[in-house]
Design a protein around this ligand. Structure first.
Ligand code: UDP
Ligand code: LCN
Length: 803
């Protein structure tokens, strides 16, 4: 398409000229590939200069908006190539001719080609490239058309299936009737007895008789006495524990036959028991409970899973009891057994999860090519060759522990999701994926420069595993909606798998279908027994407060660094692992460069280790050294404290102690997929300053219950904190109102109870859909994924496996 008016439609005349000037300016930089943050910051600087020269410049809103929607810009001799975000989950690709001032629209493939050329790869004809395209497998299924509803899979499926139950009565009512016959718990048939009830009409008859009978009984009576009558009609256990509950569930089912509505379907599916055994997969390991917080980038995952299983068990126990079944749910977390345990329980086969009745960590070792157990910890970037055998071994162990198939398999992170895919295929069980953090969008240009990064990161394997697992998954739980399809101006984490190329390996033209109802936003919560508001003093332990206060502000020794000259100032508190992406060094630098901020506050940094000998990871080690350099460079020894901690209980008290003293929490990550510490800080009542890149953008409503910061430049971090602390010093109610709003935000939107309710409803609903409609389409998709796994993934992974 040749469209000279494209820019003029979007920009005013003066703005078109500025756009050209801006490109002219960028042309003088050595860089040829710009990403959005760079584009936005540079265009702001350009406009500032321009305004200085021309104070009457006028309104440039369109220009700013246009560039803030430009996600990437490639500069070639004649062209500027733009990746332009048209709306959530949708891109356009434009080629701007520098001299002619005209614009063409490019195909996505053409854009990928230009990107490879700018990155220095020789042009490879499209015919020679391996293309991966999942598009055709989704052509028949339902699609969420409205981009605002992406990630609301459960709501969509409810309406979709209620419509089917109404519109295709015969077929879908038969599906529903048959679906209710296939469930059993501990080998015992529940819900509908297929020997007695063969079709929807017979089911309706039975329901009418049962309802009439139960209506005459006292609602509070246990269902026990009515059981034999119901069984005679073909209605077995699982509809409720009391007469009132059974009556209400049977009425819901009868309503579903008479007037199928989405609310009825949701309420009915929620009431019936379909899940009692769950397998949670997190292979990477270093998974424990005491002083084991994972290794780089799996800390939050472990915290999430431990809280998740506790909440799921509680929810399942209550709902199984309410449905009249005396069954104890069982949840098994499958992870890696690591013989070199460094004093932890990581070499124990089985470990009960604290605070639960029947949840376990089951550890299965990795094996090498000779089937020998691998003894040492392995970074998450190098686990790939071990996963198939791990899945096979885990399958046997899991079946023994659960005495049968799980009802649901939940994968975590790329490795866990791949293993969950294999297990779900082998056992024919519903698979749920949780990404936690997709590495692809986290590491800039990780696909484009995969070859340079391969030795350290093995992204070719990780991204292939991601593609397989996310397409095979029945349901995908995301923590925020931007994780799926991004925002008006930024790309979603799953979205980044839709179109990309790994030069010399393959090109993905359609890697993930964001509009599929498999996506559902189910945000995690915080453990309310650990993270509660600082002012709830009656719940706090005096001796813990004293001990942790000493550790944070005064104690000397090998586990702390820095000597505060004025410990009574408010604290700027941060806590994270020392990964580069967490950008603790960025915060230290911002603090170092701002004498005003040092005047107002102390900086308190908490990490797992502050000594080189405690660190196994190269990246972490580098960050650790950089922290010491910065402290020296900016002479911060008397303004900072850097403290070790690996206890969650003490970590929780730290937030509260900072709250006591009018401090704030800062999460300065360059990118954060979700950010549990943001929730923890807010739940404790701290005003939180968190990165605008990733999940916090959705957790925090900027200025209302916290603040979003751009962590890419020191002054962009320090200024908003300084402004807030200055205002709070003059007006204590400002601090107070943000603190209260933060607590309220977590309470209303981020609880594990809400999480369990949403996840289990969705899994059950999906189970019904899967049973009724999906099988053929899914089988084809599974076959395609199998091919990718066996022909692409295993071949590459095999090379890494030393015998
Ligand atoms: N954490 C901790 N001590 C540390 C660093 C982190 O207890 O030194 C905990 C923190 O409280 C949170 C989790 O580890 O519960 C980190 O989760 P988050 O989602 O913030 O980041 P991730 O580490 O998963 O990237
Ligand atoms: C991994 C991350 O990087 C965090 O952003 C998440 O909060 C954590 O996992 C839990 O999902």
């Amino acid at each position: 398409m040749h469209d000279p008016s494209f820019l003029t439609a979007l920009l005013k005349d003066a703005e078109v000229r500025c756009f050209r000037e801006f490109i002219y300016e960028l042309d003088h930089e050595s860089q040829k590939h710009f990403l959005r943050n760079d584009i936005v910051l540079k265009s702001e600087a350009y406009l500032r200069q321009k305004r200085q020269a021309h104070p009457d410049l006028g309104d440039f809103r369109n220009f700013e908006q246009f560039l803030s929607r430009t996600q990437e810009m490639l500069l070639l001799d004649q062209y500027a190539i733009l990746l332009y975000r048209a709306k959530v989950g949708e891109y356009r690709f434009y080629r701007f001719h520098k001299n002619e001032e005209t614009v063409d629209e490019l195909t996505p493939e053409e854009f990928l080609d230009y990107r490879e050329v700018v990155a220095g790869y020789p042009h490879e004809p499209v015919e020679k490239k391996l293309e991966i395209n999942f598009g055709p497998f989704y052509s028949l299924g339902p699609v969420i058309r409205d981009h605002r509803k992406i990630g609301a899979g459960q709501r969509f499926l409810n309406s979709f299936m209620a419509g089917k139950l109404q519109g295709e009565w015969n077929t879908w009512q038969a599906h529903l009737c048959d679906f209710l016959k296939i469930h059993s718990i501990n080998g015992e048939q529940i819900l509908v007895d297929g020997q007695i009830i063969q079709n929807p009409h017979q089911l309706f008859e039975a329901l009418q008789k049962a309802i009439s009978y139960l209506e005459m009984q006292p609602a509070d009576d246990l269902i026990q006495d009515a059981k034999s009558f119901l069984r005679g009609l073909g209605l077995r256990d699982g509809f409720g524990d009391t007469v009132g509950r059974v009556l209400s569930t049977l009425q819901l089912l009868a309503n579903l036959q008479e007037e199928p509505r989405a609310e009825n379907l949701e309420a009915f599916i929620s009431a019936i028991p379909m899940v009692s055994r769950v397998a949670v997969i997190s292979p990477h390991g270093w998974f424990g409970q005491e002083n084991v917080l994972g290794r780089p980038d799996t800390g939050g995952q472990i915290v999430y899973i431990l809280d998740q299983v506790k909440a799921l068990e509680k929810y399942l126990s209550a709902s199984l009891t309410a449905s009249g079944l005396s069954v104890q749910p069982k949840i098994v977390v499958v992870t890696r057994l690591i013989p070199e345990n460094e004093g932890t329980t990581c070499d124990h086969r089985l470990e009960k999860i604290h605070g639960t009745q029947n949840c376990w960590i089951l550890r299965v070792p990795f094996k090498d090519a000779n089937q020998n157990i691998v003894p040492h910890w392995i970074s998450r970037f190098h686990v790939w060759p071990y996963l198939e055998q791990f899945a096979l071994d885990a399958k046997h162990e899991l079946l023994t522990e659960l005495e049968g198939n799980p009802d649901l398999i939940v994968g975590n992170y790329s490795d866990g999701n791949l293993v969950a895919s294999l297990l779900a295929s082998w056992l024919q069980v519903i698979q749920c994926n949780i990404a936690h953090a997709l590495e692809k969008p986290k590491y800039l240009f990780s696909a484009l420069y995969w070859k340079d990064l391969e030795a350290d990161y093995n992204f070719s394997l990780q991204f292939t595993a991601d593609l397989i697992a996310m397409n095979k998954a029945d349901i995908i739980i995301s923590s925020t909606s931007q994780e799926i399809a991004g925002t008006e101006t930024s790309m979603g984490q799953y979205e980044s798998y839709r179109l990309f190329s790994m030069p010399g390996l393959y090109k993905v033209s359609n890697g993930i279908h964001l509009h599929h109802p498999k996506f559902n936003v189910v945000s995690p919560g915080v453990d309310e027994s650990l993270y509660f508001p600082y002012m709830q003093t009656e719940r706090r332990l005096e001796n813990q407060t004293r001990e942790v206060t000493g550790r944070l502000f005064a104690q000397a020794g090998a586990h702390c660094y820095g000597e505060l000259k004025d410990p009574d100032k408010p604290s700027i508190f941060t806590m994270a692992r020392l990964d580069k992406i967490k950008n603790l060094t960025g915060l230290m630098e911002a603090f170092g460069q701002s004498p005003e901020l040092q005047e107002r506050a102390n900086l308190i940094v908490v990490t797992r280790s502050i000594r080189e000998e405690g660190v196994v990871d190269e990246e972490e080690l580098h960050q650790l050294k950089r922290m010491y350099e910065l402290i020296t460079q900016y002479d911060l020894y008397h303004n900072i404290r850097w403290v070790e901690n690996s206890s969650r209980r003490d970590g929780a008290e730290m937030y509260r102690i900072v709250g006591d003293r009018g401090g704030v929490f800062v999460q300065p990550a360059l990118f954060e997929a979700f950010g549990l510490t943001v929730l923890e800080g807010m739940a404790s009542g701290l005003p939180v300053f968190a990165t605008q890149f990733g999940g916090p953008l959705e957790i925090i409503q900027n200025g209302k219950n916290g603040f979003l910061i751009n962590p890419t430049q020191p002054d962009l971090i320090s200024e908003p904190i300084l402004n807030f602390l200055s205002r709070a010093a003059d007006d204590a109610s400002h601090w107070q109102s943000i603190s209260e709003a933060a607590i309220a935000r977590v309470k209303e939107a981020y609880t594990w109870e809400l999480y369990s309710d949403k996840l289990l409803k969705f899994a059950k609903l999906y189970g019904f859909w899967n049973y009724s409609e999906l099988s053929e389409e899914k089988k084809e998709l599974d076959q395609y994924c199998n091919l990718l796994f066996h022909l692409l993934y295993k071949k590459r992974a095999g090379r890494l496996l030393k015998s």
